[in-house]
Ligand binder design. Structure first.
Ligand code: NAD
Length: 414
């Protein structure tokens, strides 16, 4: 039988198992197995040549029992409905794990920003906000950046919402530029959170970060900042990759040079001749492997070939359920996405709090609070995994889903 690569059904299976272990009945699973709301929209965009192109977009709101939903908007040609649903469910879990007063949401548009002009991208971003405006807002559902969306796109979206709302509404969206109410440290928050989690996981495995061999798949927002943090901590980043290939140097890559040369979509390998494939990258001999690109990268096909001691998922959904089982059986410590990449939404929450207060924190204040959230979350999940003798992913799902389940019960929904 071939492996299940559908991110929605595999997420549902683990949520089911987590709810069972927590003692919830089938009615709770029925509530939480799908988003409460899933809006599909069509967005007409005037292209530079005068023609009109109509894009399909989505916004999923998994559960808002705890508070407003929160989650990024992805611009990518491969976006599909089940993926957006799964991503919104992972956001619920993340917010539960780092204890934020939110449920999970997520959005996406099927498009390829690499082939669009800035003007076309701006019109698409504004069109998306108009299309989903009935269900989003600072106390309903708060968007943020994700794959191939960035601070500029957040700025256009915030401006469009403010125009419709007739208020300056910085709390509508997070991941904004600093001058528009963005938070210190938001751009690097995901990578910083991953770094904190790597440090905690390394302690458990007796690995010294200084000198540790690190491989990172993906050189975008998450992967590139992470490479820099690992490099600055004295680790040897021996492999990085992007959508077009991978670079490997057993003596450590020149990260500052690569950061300088990467483009805004996280592409750098096209500048080099001696590249290896992403498949080869994942199978490199290393201490710490960080998938920081896309889904379904570690599967039953290559899980036996992974040589890392620790795998930390910066990307959403990079490891299949079957591969999780294989890695765990092989004694590899797998730190799951819903824990490892929760730094982004944590600082997004800090940004929203600052917007609501109209009072802004220093970089140090943001960092200190982020470290506390991530270390507490890691300890909580690690302890749950060890005391119940289950893998870190199931433990993270148990920690993450509990609060939404409880809130739904208190509200009388189940
Ligand atoms: P990004 O668009 O900035 O970068 C993506 C990187 O992955 C690029 O280097 C790209 O070339 C590479 N890539 C794309 N397709 C690939 C493929 N088939 N094989 C190998 N590499 C490929 O995206 P990002 O914001 O860095 O997000 C990366 C992952 O981290 C996603 O799964 C995202 O959901 C997750 N994540 C991001 C954040 C955030 O704040 N940026 C937060 C939480 C989770």
């Amino acid at each position: 039988m071939s492996e299940n690569l559908n991110v929605l059904t595999s997420t549902q299976a683990i949520i089911h198992e987590a709810l069972n272990k927590l003692g919830y009945d089938e009615a709770m699973y029925e509530l939480l197995k799908e988003p409460l709301r899933m809006l599909q929209v069509r967005i007409p965009v005037r292209m530079d040549d005068g023609s009109t192109k109509v894009y399909t977009g989505f916004r999923a709101q998994h559960n808002d029992a705890v508070g407003p939903t929160k989650g990024g908007v992805r611009f990518h040609p491969g976006v599909y409905e089940d993926e957006v649903k799964a991503l919104s469910m992972w956001m619920t879990l993340k917010c539960g794990i780092v204890d934020l007063p939110y449920g999970g949401g997520k959005g996406g548009v099927i498009c390829d920003p690499r082939e669009m002009s800035m003007g076309e991208l701006e019109r698409l971003s504004r069109g998306y906000v108009r299309a989903v405006s009935q269900i989003v807002g600072p106390t309903k559902d708060i968007p943020a950046p994700d794959v191939m969306t960035n601070a500029q796109i957040m700025a256009w979206m915030m401006d469009e919402y403010s125009l419709m709302d007739e208020f300056n509404s910085p709390n509508f969206i997070t991941g904004k530029p600093l001058v528009l109410g963005g938070s210190q440290g938001r751009d690097r928050a995901t990578a910083q959170g991953v770094t904190i989690v790597i440090e905690e996981a390394a302690k458990k495995r007796g690995i010294n970060i200084r000198g540790a061999r690190v491989v990172i798949q993906g050189f975008g927002n998450a992967g590139s900042f992470l490479a820099k943090f690992m490099h600055d901590l004295g680790a040897k980043v021996i492999g990085i990759s992007d959508a077009y290939g991978a670079l490997h140097d057993p003596n450590g890559l020149d990260i500052d040079y690569l950061l300088d040369r990467r483009d805004s979509f996280g592409t750098v390998t096209t500048l080099f001749e001696n590249t290896i494939s992403n498949k080869e990258l994942l199978e490199l001999d290393c201490d710490i492997l960080v998938p920081a690109a896309i889904e379904n990268q570690i599967t039953a096909d290559n899980a036996h070939e992974i040589k890392a001691n620790i795998v930390v998922e910066a990307a959403n959904g990079p490891t299949t359920a079957e591969a999780t089982k294989i890695l765990t059986e092989r004694g590899i410590l797998l730190v799951p996405d819903v824990l490892a990449s929760a730094g982004g939404v944590t600082v997004s929450y800090f940004e929203w709090v600052q917007n609501n207060q109209g009072y802004y924190w220093t970089k140090e204040e943001v960092e200190e609070r982020l470290i506390k959230k991530m270390v507490d979350a890691f300890d909580n999940v690690y302890t749950t995994a060890t005391t119940r003798n289950i893998d870190m992913r199931l433990a993270a799902y148990m920690v993450g889903v509990r609060r939404t389940a409880e809130a739904s019960r208190f509200r009388g929904w189940v």
